[in-house]
Design a protein around this ligand. Structure first.
Ligand SMILES: Cc1ncc(COP(=O)(O)O)c(C=O)c1O
Length: 388
């Protein structure tokens, strides 16, 4: 069995120290002087995105609980909480533990936690932190209950509802009620409400269709919370929404919190769909090959997330990539593009979360100069020092 009391503090702190030391020579450099490929976080822009979301949510019903699987950074999470977020969501138990140990007081794992080591790690972390977990299965809930009761701790649970995405979640209001009744019998678990993430709506380019689909999804949530209430289960938490639907789902009076995360960075995936935010995350690459109008950068798929939508050059957004190989990003340009071998260019990722996960640190840039290094943890083998 894992003993995180011994390993967590020292090895995690060690990982943070090692990452900061490795990237320290970059501090003071201009953003386009960095060794490529380099992950750049424009903190001025990220701050504006956080402020914009805070302002927008003031006029909506729901509060904000940003999903930090996007950025995997305690520093950014703290900025979001300081700006009024009620806590954070995570995808993994390791992210949740890092956030809690980094001072975030209310952590929701917006996912099912399965596997003995993960359950034990969570149960142990719950002795000092405040965690809530999504469940959609009675046996998984029993395993969670066993782990926390053995540890003498307690976690909140919310029932995940499938609102049309077909991923996690109970498939009907009656399934939700049965699961809630079962949860009541399990020691160490405190029922707190529901989650209905409408991920299938995020990609919808037509705003009217997105609004309709997101409302239909929240009607599924509404039916479940009504039946739960009739059976004596009040939902203190009704969690839903992402960047593509934050203002639609956030205006629904039944929803208490929004799980949007990508708004901090905005990538090409979200950028065209959601107005008001700017792009704060870029990858710096160098032209390493040029033949005629074909230029090739050193930031291929191992350096930038290409899911859903292709990355684009910051200065020349109209050129579409021909393809992204592992270490090569290939563009066909024309005489208007002056880039030549050795020149650098920043790229907006296609998808932010799968870009961040490729790096262990952000170059934090203010006023175009690197002012800090922020570790990206947990990721990679050993989960950033969380495992012995
Ligand atoms: C459960 C859940 N909530 C919220 C989000 C956040 O969405 P976004 O990054 O688009 O803001 C995601 C994204 O995948 C998710 O899976």
């Amino acid at each position: 069995m894992l003993d995180l009391t011994q390993s967590f503090g020292a090895s995690y702190q060690e990982a943070v120290k090692r990452i900061r030391a490795a990237y320290r020579p970059s501090i003071g450099k201009k953003r386009r002087e960095l060794i490529t490929p380099a992950l750049i976080l424009d903190l001025d822009v990220a701050r504006r995105n956080i402020d914009f979301m805070t302002t927008r949510l003031r006029s909506l019903h729901a509060k904000l609980r940003p999903h930090i699987k996007v950025q995997k950074s305690v520093e950014l999470a703290r900025m979001q909480v300081d700006a009024g977020a009620i806590g954070v969501c995570t995808a993994t138990v390791w992210e949740a533990i890092v956030m809690s140990s980094g001072g975030i007081k209310d952590v929701l794992i917006a996912n099912e936690v399965v596997g003995n080591e993960k359950l034990v790690a969570l149960a142990q972390a719950a002795k000092s932190g405040h965690f809530t977990v999504a469940v959609d299965d009675a046996r998984n809930a029993e395993s969670l209950s066993k782990a926390v009761s053995r540890m003498g701790s307690e976690v909140g649970v919310i029932i995940e509802i499938d609102v049309g995405m077909g991923r996690g979640g109970v498939r009907s209001p009656s399934e939700a009620v049965n699961l809630a009744r079962h949860l009541r019998t399990l020691p160490g678990l405190v029922f707190r409400g529901v989650q209905g993430y409408e991920g299938h709506c995020m990609l919808e380019p037509n705003r009217d269709v997105r609004v309709r689909k997101a409302r239909e999804a929240m009607d599924c949530v509404g039916k479940v919370i009504d039946q739960l209430a009739q059976s004596g289960f009040g939902s203190e938490i009704v969690s839903a929404g992402g960047t593509g639907t934050y203002d639609i789902t956030g205006a629904d009076p039944r929803v208490t919190e929004i799980q949007a995360g990508s708004y901090v960075f905005m990538d090409n995936f979200h950028g065209s769909l959601v107005p008001g935010f700017s792009k704060s995350l870029t990858v710096l690459g160098t032209v390493v090959i040029q033949h005629g109008n074909t230029i090739v950068f050193d930031c291929g798929r191992k350096s930038i997330g290409i899911d859903f939508v292709q990355p684009t050059m910051v200065d020349y957004p109209s050129y579409a990539a021909r393809y992204f190989a592992e270490e090569h990003a290939l563009f066909d340009v024309d005489e208007r593009c002056p880039l030549k071998i050795g020149d650098v260019m920043e790229f907006v990722p296609g998808y932010g979360p799968t870009t961040v996960n490729l790096y262990d640190a952000y170059h934090v840039v203010e006023n175009d100069v690197v002012t800090d290094i922020w570790p990206i943890i947990p990721r990679g083998p050993g989960h950033g020092g969380l495992l012995p």
